[in-house]
Unconditional design. Sequence first.
Length: 150
Amino acid sequence: MNTEVKRILIVDDSPKDVELAIAALNEKNLANEVDVAEDGEEALDYLYKRGKFAGNKGSSHPAVILLDIKMPKMNGIEVLRHIRSNEDFKLIPVIMVTSSCEEKDLVESYKLGANSYVVKPIDVVQFIDAIKVMGQYWAVINQPPPIKFK
């Protein structure tokens, strides 16, 4: 098992959810770095290393992306569509972490290649526990395919 701790990208427009997720990941020491994009456009800027992320040219892609669906500018479904259509990003695990219980969002996420779909628990303790479990699995336990990054 690869025990190297890796970078996690959180894409969410809720400062409270982001703060709770980062605290949960840090508590378990699950990522060297947790990066945050506040909407879908910013997530793509992060991946393409443009805009405010232009200085990240030498950094690797995240080990996993935790992606909200309901966001301004560009929703998570659209972001997932972009990620899966680009050969450089296609194999990055994407976990939809959302408040949406809508079947159409669930089905569309999996059709587009989401690796998992998690509905955010309303209870704060359950939310933190869910993030810890996801972070541990996707950033530590999961063995991703070898990917050559530019």
